[in-house]
Design a protein around this ligand. Structure first.
Ligand SMILES: Cc1cc2nc3c(=O)[nH]c(=O)nc-3n(C[C@H](O)[C@H](O)[C@H](O)COP(=O)(O)OP(=O)(O)OC[C@H]3O[C@@H](n4cnc5c(N)ncnc54)[C@H](O)[C@@H]3O)c2cc1C
Length: 373
């Protein structure tokens, strides 16, 4: 629950208790990234009419704007594997309605030697006909993909191969969910920043740049910027720096790679371009306190790209200084708003949310509507 602090808010609370209720929103969602937009869609599908407030444009203001949306099944945390499976299924459905949002070139997950048996166990337990996952060795990989194959050609390392993994376009996905939400009865206001919120009896009062909104239930789906409004225990901001590269000579890798040893990861872009991440991350209690040297992060990503792809002909063309809301166990921070009125949370996706946020939104909406999550 939100806890108002200070005299000003206590006085306002008394005023709101006397006067609240005239034109009250039932559900307000703060934030229109992947979380807020897919939650708006899931709630609207269940007959709610949420109001989504977004500071910038849908998918344009936070992690979703920078994310390159790699989607795979494997995670060290079994609860995230289950969520990823649901997420992959949901993105596959979205791809049918809006082709081009989910591309599936396949993904290699190269574990550290100490993790090899874990990966083999994962492939044994989780591989299904509908979504295969297998361990393969260096020579097999080099047969699968040219540029990345060089990295593994002489390696005896066993890696996890998910041929149906790939990447979504998180921003286009957020726009798709928001459009669907509006079509089903939700309302959306872009360019609207919530600067303050506090509970008042059976509702919450939101202050925006231009006035006040009262709502019975509020859901903070504002990514790491949630920390500007509230500091829920266990939530913090972490930087994620990606760099775009172009390589006219060697070209771009065809598939995605996550390499535990170097801590680098690669996602294909267009024909000659690709994205590389893995630069050292920084943590802070609010996003504005993240002390990231973006030029140094791009230099680290360049070094990673050259080590993994064995090329020297690539050059950096864009920097993506993103951040996300993290929890220490990487599990999201999900709290339903109280039925009698108040605020809830839908955040903490810990740099992994593109895989499963829309599926999690469905569970959240089901629970909020009293159905099965
Ligand atoms: C560089 C980068 C790469 C990533 N790569 C991957 C990946 O490969 N695979 C994967 O699964 N995940 C990845 N992620 C993580 C994933 O993209 C995020 O977990 C997900 O996008 C988070 O979505 P969100 O809606 O919770 O937050 P955000 O996208 O941050 O959305 C929050 C929204 O709320 C708005 N907002 C904030 N405060 C307010 C306010 N006070 N009033 C109104 N609006 C407000 C913001 O403008 C923003 O649009 C990556 C993230 C980053 C940053």
């Amino acid at each position: 629950m939100l806890t108002p602090t200070g005299d000003r808010k206590s006085k306002l609370r008394q005023v709101e208790c006397r006067g609240g209720g005239a034109s009250m929103e039932d559900i307000v969602i703060i934030g229109g990234g992947l979380a807020g937009s897919s939650l708006g869609w899931s709630l609207a599908e269940r007959g709610h009419r949420p109001l989504i407030l977004e500071s910038t444009t849908i998918g344009g203001g936070g992690a979703t704007a920078h994310s390159r949306g790699m989607v795979r099944l494997y995670d060290d945390e079994p609860r995230l594997v289950a969520l990823n499976r649901d997420g992959i299924g949901l993105w596959a459905d979205v791809e049918v309605s809006r082709p081009g949002i989910f591309r599936r070139p396949g993904m290699i997950y190269a574990p550290a030697p100490s993790n090899r048996s874990r990966i083999e166990e994962f492939a044994r337990m989780e591989s299904r006909a509908a979504y295969p996952a297998e361990t393969i060795d260096g020579p097999t990989i080099s047969g699968l993909c040219g540029l990345l194959g060089d990295h593994f050609r002489r390696s005896a390392r066993s890696v996890l191969w998910e041929p149906l993994a790939g990447y979504v376009d998180p921003r286009a996905g957020a726009r798709f969910f928001a459009d669907e939400a509006v079509r089903l009865g939700a309302s959306l206001v872009e360019g609207c920043t919530v600067v303050d919120l506090y509970p008042a009896c059976d509702h919450v009062v939101l202050t925006t740049g231009a006035g006040r909104i009262t709502a019975r239930r509020v859901i903070l789906a504002s990514g790491a910027d949630t920390l500007r409004l509230q500091q829920p225990e266990g939530l913090f901001a972490r930087s994620i720096n990606l760099t775009s590269f172009i390589d006219d000579i060697a070209g771009a890798p065809e598939i995605c790679l996550i390499d535990e040893v170097s801590k680098g990861y690669i996602r294909p872009g267009c024909r000659r371009s690709y994205f590389v991440g893995g630069a050292i991350q920084k943590d802070a209690t609010v996003p504005e306190e993240l002390k990231v040297d973006n030029a140094a992060a791009d230099a680290q990503n360049l070094a990673l790209s050259r080590r993994i792809l064995r090329t020297r002909s690539n050059s950096a063309i864009a920097s993506h200084p993103g951040y996300d809301a993290y929890t220490s166990d990487f599990l999201p921070l999900i709290r339903l708003p109280p039925e009698e009125g108040g605020a809830g949370l839908f955040t903490g996706f810990s740099g992994r949310g593109a895989k499963y946020i829309p599926a999690m939104a469905r569970r959240f909406a089901a629970s909020l509507s009293g159905g099965v999550g």
